[in-house]
Structures are given as structure tokens and as C-alpha cells.
Write a protein that binds this ligand. Structure first.
Ligand code: DX5
Ligand code: ZN
Length: 213
């Protein structure tokens, strides 16, 4: 069954606790977008806010690192009670080493790809991954338009699972909502990351039930 991951970047951050409480029964995990103003043109949140989120919910947390020098941040994150670290292929020369480190620290390791980054670049490390995060917008902001070409990447990844006999997760992030969630999950997505689709959704209960069917 498809999992829903709520990206708190789209929440009303002045009421973060009540925002998380409002949606928590309809989602499976919290998606935590850390941006550094270098790799992407936005600055968001880091370590202290992970603690704050932990104090609001028991849902698992996925930290999506959109930062240069992810190695530094992975070292810092090893002390945190989180489920997963997602790193961008574009931010490191040594993806295999970084993935190994993340797993050594007991976290799930996902690799994210920008819309312009071809899938073949991760074919060698696929067996070492717990999942791939297909970015369906250019990272930096919530509320952008879904890039439809991402569907092809999701389908290819699904084929790779069979081709290589692997069981990694396919997550998709950016511009997912009521109008395309179905298409994205039918293409092979296991985890739908949504900011607006969850926090700005007036019909979240119904939407979540429908997707879980
Ligand atoms: C974009 C972030 C996404 C974003 C998703 O850089 O990584 O997680 O918050 O938000 P929506 O679903 O509104 O596009
Ligand atoms: Zn994200």
C-alpha cells in the first residue's frame, strides 16, 4: 500500500504542533526538508527543529538533505532519532561511501535525483540503497507544478526492481496532489511526499482513504 509522507515545509510553521496533530492520523511519516541556500535557492530548517518535531509526534522522520557537503550533516544527524536520511546524488562525489555511512548509523538510506539528473547515474549503487527519491519538481520550494516526465523515471525504477530482483522503495517528491497522486502511485511509487497535497488539503481524510484503497 502506498505511504503518505507529509512535508512540513508546507505547514503553517507558526503552529507546527497543531498542524502535525491535525494531519498525523492520515499520514505515515514526516518529511523534513533541510535546505542550505547553496544547493537550492532557499533556507529552511535544521537540527533544533528535528527535536521540536520529535516532541510533537511519534511518526517516523525522513530528513531530505538539500545541502552541499552532506557528509558533514550526516555525521551530525547520527545522534538523532530519525528513520531515514535522503541525500542528493548531485551533492557528493562519493555516493557509495555516504550511503554506507548512513546505513552504518542505523538509518534507511535513500538517494534523491533532481529532474534533470538521469537515472543511469545510480544504476551501480542501486543494490546498496533502501530507496530512491524521484524529484518531480526542482528542489527548493513547496507548491510547485509536477513535472510529468518524472513518471517515466518511476516506471523505469519499477522495472529495475524486477530486472535486478531488488526491493528498494520508490519515493516521489514535488507537486503531488489529488489530480496526479493516482497516476504517480500506479506508475510504481511506494511513498508519495506531499507538502501542499497534505497540509493545504481541505479534504485530507477522504484523499488519504482513497489512496490507501
Ligand atoms: C521541494 C521539497 C519538497 C516539497 C514538497 O524542494 O523537497 O519536499 O516540500 O512540496 P509540494 O508537495 O507542495 O510540492
Ligand atoms: Zn523534500
Amino acid at each position: 500500500m502506498v505511504k503518505l509522507s507529509g512535508s512540513i515545509l508546507a505547514a503553517n510553521l507558526s503552529n507546527l504542533e497543531s498542524e502535525i496533530k491535525r494531519v498525523e492520523k492520515f499520514i505515515d511519516e514526516i518529511h523534513f526538508d533541510t535546505m542550505d541556500g547553496h544547493f537550492v535557492p532557499n533556507l529552511t530548517f535544521g537540527y533544533p527543529l528535528i527535536e521540536a518535531v520529535k516532541n510533537c509526534t511519534n511518526l517516523p522522520i525522513d530528513v531530505h538533505l538539500m545541502v552541499t557537503n552532506p557528509e558533514f550533516h550526516v555525521e551530525k544527524l547520527k545522534e538523532f532519532d530519525i528513520q531515514r536520511i535522503t541525500v542528493h546524488l548531485e551533492t557528493t562525489y562519493h555516493i557509495h561511501r555516504l550511503i554506507s555511512r548512513i546505513k552504518e548509523y542505523g538509518f534507511e538510506a535513500f538517494v534523491a535525483l533532481n529532474p534533470g539528473t538521469p537515472l543511469y547515474l545510480i544504476e551501480e549503487i542501486i543494490p546498496f540503497l533502501d530507496g530512491v527519491l524521484v524529484m518531480s519538481v526542482n528542489p527548493g520550494f513547496s507548491g510547485q507544478k509536477f513535472i510529468a516526465k518524472s513518471i517515466e523515471k518511476i516506471k523505469t525504477l519499477k522495472n529495475w526492481k524486477e530486472k535486478y530482483g531488488l526491493n528498494f522503495s520508490i519515493a516521489v517528491d514535488g507537486g503531488i496532489n489529488e489530480t496526479n497522486a493516482d497516476v504517480v502511485s500506479s506508475a510504481g511509487a511506494d511513498i508519495l511526499v506531499m507538502g501542499y497535497g497534505i497540509f493545504k488539503n481541505n479534504n485530507l481524510e477522504q484523499f488519504s482513504k482513497l489512496l490507501k484503497k
